[in-house]
Design a protein around this ligand. Structure first.
Ligand code: 13P
Ligand code: SF4
Length: 302
């Protein structure tokens, strides 16, 4: 089926089912075009919490769709492809975290949303890359903190807030591929360009960046900066929104072809199938959901 026909069919089904399509910036460009909203993790969580649609088709990796279900249990949340998971989220098992908590009963656990519902249920508060600093700064000063599962966002936040924390050694394989060598090569080609990095990048990249922020923050920065050219240190799906919002600016991916393969599973064809077949429904055990919601709600209340 050609894209215009597919899009029309998706619109019909969406209206019939009172459905909304939420997509992350890393999904394929055509999927972003089908979406009612495209955003970063924080924005998509907020939208999932307040939409009055009956069905949410979540185009993102599993932890994002799970967050939507945790926040809106009465809604049907569908993922177009249940294989789309985040490797970083699998770098910490609930059992490991429970053991850690038994051994460190005073410790406050901050969970980056890139983790399973079970990990969120064990955490005191969640954060995203857009609000990690704010979340960590809000914690009582006299308690030890464990930040899970991303070592790079954890380390970046520790430095920017000036707060000692233990950091779990997880990482994002896509952002881990960015190196100082790639940056030096890109800078040699585009010496006037600002370098904008996602905080999931290795710490030497964040340290070398002119700006570090979430996907939405990077997109905003291009529009607000006086610079004309930018090297983008995150998954290249964000280039679509940057080019649409700032057509007068020139953007280069730090590493051509560096994509999140899981986000790219969210194809337009699967979005249509999700609506046609009501598949695949996200389910979260009620006990887990209630505890995970507390951690998400604490974050959303800030
Ligand atoms: P954002 O919160 O910036 O959208 O990032 C999500 C993510 O998975 C980055 O890899
Ligand atoms: Fe996970 Fe990295 Fe993909 Fe984000 S880009 S969803 S952190 S694997």
């Amino acid at each position: 089926m050609e894209f215009p026909e597919l899009k029309e069919r998706v619109q019909e089904l969406k209206a019939k089912k009172n459905a909304v399509i939420l997509a992350h910036y890393y999904t394929p460009y055509e999927t972003q075009e089908l979406a009612d909203y495209v955003g970063d993790s924080l924005e998509l969580s907020r939208l999932a919490a307040k939409t009055d649609a009956d069905t949410i088709v979540f185009c993102g990796v599993d932890f994002m769709a799970e967050s939507a279900k945790i926040l809106s249990p009465q809604k049907t949340v569908l993922t177009p492809d249940p294989r789309a998971n985040c490797p970083m989220a699998n770098m910490l098992m609930p059992k490991e975290l429970r053991r850690y908590k038994e051994e460190h009963p005073d410790t406050i656990v901050v969970a980056y949303v890139n983790c399973s519902a079970e990990i969120k249920a064990e955490a005191y508060i969640c954060c995203t890359s857009a609000n990690a600093g704010k979340v960590v700064a809000s914690l009582p000063k006299d308690k030890p903190v464990l930040f899970v599962p991303d070592r790079y966002l954890g380390t970046f936040t520790k430095k920017s807030v000036g707060r000692e924390m233990e950091v779990w050694p997880g990482f994002c394989p896509t952002h881990q591929r960015f190196t100082l060598k790639a940056l030096a090569e890109a800078k040699a080609l585009h010496p006037e360009a600002e370098f904008l990095a996602h905080p999931e990048c290795p710490e030497e990249l964040s340290a070398a960046a002119d700006f570090v922020g979430s996907t939405s923050a990077i997109i905003r920065r291009v529009g607000e900066s006086d610079a004309k050219e930018f090297i983008i240190g995150t998954e290249q799906g964000v280039l679509k929104a940057i080019r649409e919002k700032s057509p007068d600016k020139i953007v280069y991916p730090l590493l051509e072809g560096n994509v999140c393969p899981n986000m790219k599973l969210m194809t337009p064809q699967k979005v249509l199938w999700a609506l046609e077949d009501n598949e695949y429904e996200i389910k979260v055990l009620e006990d887990t959901r209630i505890k995970a919601k507390e951690a998400l709600d604490r974050m959303l209340a800030l």
